[in-house]
Design a protein around this ligand. Sequence first.
Ligand code: PLP
Length: 267
Amino acid sequence: MTEEMINTFPQTLTIAGTDSGGGAGVMADLKTMQERHVFSTAVIVAVTAQNTLGVQDFMAMPKQLIDEQFASLADDFAIKACKTGMLADAEHVHIVVENLRKYDFGPVTVDPVMIAKGGAALLADDAIETVKTELLPLATIVTPNLPEAERLTGMTIKTAADMRASAVKLRDLGALNVVIKGGHNGSDEVSDFVLLADGAEFWLSAPRVDTIRTHGTGDTLSSCITAELAKGASVEAAIRTAKDYVEAAIRNTIQVGHGHGPLNHWA
Ligand code: PLP
């Protein structure tokens, strides 16, 4: 059998942290990718003890085990698109960057996860510089929320013009396409700003859904983008599909846990 006959099904990779509570991180990624009809592999960078009330503890994996996970996947699969999520600290950002330079896993969607909704830091402060200088130049797409965009650009983002300017800055830092998620702006209308590699730009707006059950929203958006890219969608089509997928998953939320519950991936 030829290689083309063995690896025919679209395959993705998520490089991220686990959520024992099942709602975010790698768990959200795999559910999203399954629903989008791609097969996903995973490199576990960190393990969290977590539920819908918050992150109680986490530990990042040793470098050797991370390198081995990448090598295992590169040996066997034909991964067409990948994403990064929780990367814990500067050392682990660097380990992931080294592996992304070593292997070709297709377009890289960088979800620059920093702080969980409950307030826990999922990325050490001193890792922001490593994300800017090492990871963003590898990003086909970067998907920060407003606080993450502020940390990465050093800008204060209050207006639509600020969002646009921060996207331009992220392009200058090396990301090819940028999605700034407006969910943290507090207004009734949630507007995300998209700046594409060819300079095209547009807004994606939807009415805010009044729910606290939005745990793993960012992971789900970036996973859906990754899944669509693996199936051959354009960056713009992947982003539009992902926004619709997340919107439906928030709107039809399920009742699980006492706090920030997970999205509904069957929506
Ligand atoms: N835990 C892990 C492992 C994550 O990757 C993320 C988000 O990216 C979170 C928790 C935080 O999820 P949320 O901020 O949606 O609660």
